[in-house]
Design a binder for this molecule. Structure first.
Ligand SMILES: CC(C)(COP(=O)(O)OP(=O)(O)OC[C@H]1O[C@@H](n2cnc3c(N)ncnc32)[C@H](O)[C@@H]1OP(=O)(O)O)[C@@H](O)C(=O)NCCC(=O)NCCS
Length: 162
């Protein structure tokens, strides 16, 4: 007999607050260390979230921390500062859900364009952003240093917020 199809837990997005800093730093470190980059500490998170125009979102899947996003809005332009999904929760729509929530957030804050920088050696993130309507507008050579290997270029992308 076949069992019931596996159901993915519901994704819930909430504001990233001062009480969530340890969990957010853990999530960020685990997601970025897999790419060979240093993750952010609690202190890094706290300082960033205290900067003008910066806000964060935490995504939970079935009560577990699954992802986070941080963005900055300045007048009518916004920047996606970071986006990370825990390895165990990837390819289930969490990244796209967080990105949609960031777009809603910056639109409500008055932004008309959203920028981001992504490693040219990061095909998963490039595919996510392209599928979400971002277009390449520039490139910063040798921008990301990853261990002893050659530095990776940063691709600068932009999406209009209608
Ligand atoms: C990039 C990242 C946020 C994607 O999160 P995710 O939850 O797996 O993404 P989603 O499941 O929402 O995928 C949305 C789309 O992105 C693309 N995508 C995501 N992961 C991909 C992969 N490994 N390879 C190719 N395309 C991928 C696909 O187009 C996918 O749509 P589909 O599943 O219908 O094919 C996640 O891999 C991550 O945290 N990586 C490490 C940190 C990072 O790179 N952050 C971005 C730096 S700017």
């Amino acid at each position: 007999m076949m069992g019931a199809p596996a159901r993915r837990p519901a994704l819930v997005v909430q504001p990233l607050g001062a009480l969530d800093l340890d969990r957010a730093a853990r999530l960020h470190s685990a997601a970025f260390e897999a790419l060979g980059e240093r993750g952010w500490t609690r202190q890094d998170m706290a300082e960033l979230l205290a900067s003008p125009g910066v806000s964060g979102l935490l995504l939970q899947a079935g009560g577990a921390d699954a992802g986070l996003a941080i963005c900055r809005v300045a007048a009518d332009e916004a920047e996606l500062v970071t986006l990370a999904v825990a390895v165990a929760h990837r390819r289930g729509g969490a990244g796209r859900r967080l990105l949609d929530s960031v777009v809603d957030l910056v639109r409500a804050a008055g932004a008309r364009a959203l920028f981001l920088e992504v490693g040219a050696d990061n095909p998963a993130a490039l595919a996510l952003y392209e599928s979400a309507g971002f277009r390449t507008v520039g490139r910063r050579p040798a921008y990301y240093r990853r261990g002893p290997g050659p530095a990776a270029d940063a691709v600068v992308m932009r999406r209009v917020i209608p």
